[in-house]
Design a protein. Structure first.
Ligand SMILES: C[S@@+](CC[C@H](N)C(=O)[O-])C[C@H]1O[C@@H](n2cnc3c(N)ncnc32)[C@H](O)[C@@H]1O
Length: 216
């Protein structure tokens, strides 16, 4: 018997959730990530699925965009494209700006591409099928939303830091005390004097940070 039949490859979580979305659409449900000392009642928040940022974080993203009026937003980790669309909604309200978002998994990329193609917000979005660690973006980044693979978030911020507007914002998702890795990465960057950090106590945790260099 071929080895693949004996040990079938485990389906990637991203693909599993995409199949579910294809079957039943975007389903609003209570957040089910575990409670943390900083966020003891995660069920008070909502989510569409466990990959997409919490709905309240999506609302926050849109509001940050309408508040800061960025010309250029960079997002790492598109997944099904929901957070990109909330960012684009803010850009539409501003009447300007664009969001460049990257998704390195070709299957996931295709699904986001289809979602954007059927959206009236498509003109605000540039979707790339590449890794955040290879992506080249021209210009000054006014808002960076780092939401790809947790182990590479530190590298991402370091990579884009020279291009980040010191009056802009860096948001790093999945920074709860339970998920740890992103939280520690942000605190390390702060310790090195590169960014200033505020830890928002959402279910999955959100770092709101600003670049130190150039800040007046
Ligand atoms: C947490 S999900 C993103 C969720 C999305 N931002 C939202 O809230 O709707 C992370 C995504 O990042 C993608 N990813 C992982 N590593 C990446 C990398 N190096 N570059 C680009 N995308 C990556 C994964 O395939 C996955 O779809």
């Amino acid at each position: 018997m071929p080895l693949r039949r004996l040990f079938p490859k485990k389906e990637k979580q991203e693909h599993k959730i995409l199949r579910q979305i294809e079957r039943s659409g975007d389903q609003l449900q209570p957040e089910y990530h575990r409670a943390t000392p900083e966020c003891p009642h995660p069920e008070r928040w909502s989510m569409f699925d466990s990959m997409t940022a919490e709905v309240e974080v999506l609302e926050f993203l849109r509001t940050v965009v309408t508040t800061l009026k960025p010309e250029l937003v960079v997002e790492t980790g598109t997944f099904s494209g929901i957070s990109t669309l909330w960012i684009a909604e803010g850009l539409q309200a501003n009447g300007r700006g664009r969001v460049v978002t990257c998704e390195f998994d070709p299957k996931v990329y295709e699904s986001a591409k289809a979602r954007f193609a059927s959206s009236p917000l498509a003109s605000f979005i540039e979707l790339r099928n590449q890794s955040s660690l290879d992506m080249q973006v021209d210009g000054t980044i006014d808002l960076l939303f780092s939401d790809s693979d947790m182990p590479i978030r530190e590298q991402e911020v370091r990579r884009f830091l020279p291009q980040i507007n010191p009056y802009g914002l860096i948001l790093m998702h999945d920074a709860s005390s339970h998920l740890k890795q992103v939280r520690e990465a942000a605190l390390k960057l702060e310790h090195e004097g590169l960014i200033s950090v505020v830890l928002l106590p959402t279910p999955r945790g959100l770092v709101v940070a600003q670049k130190r260099e150039g800040r007046k």
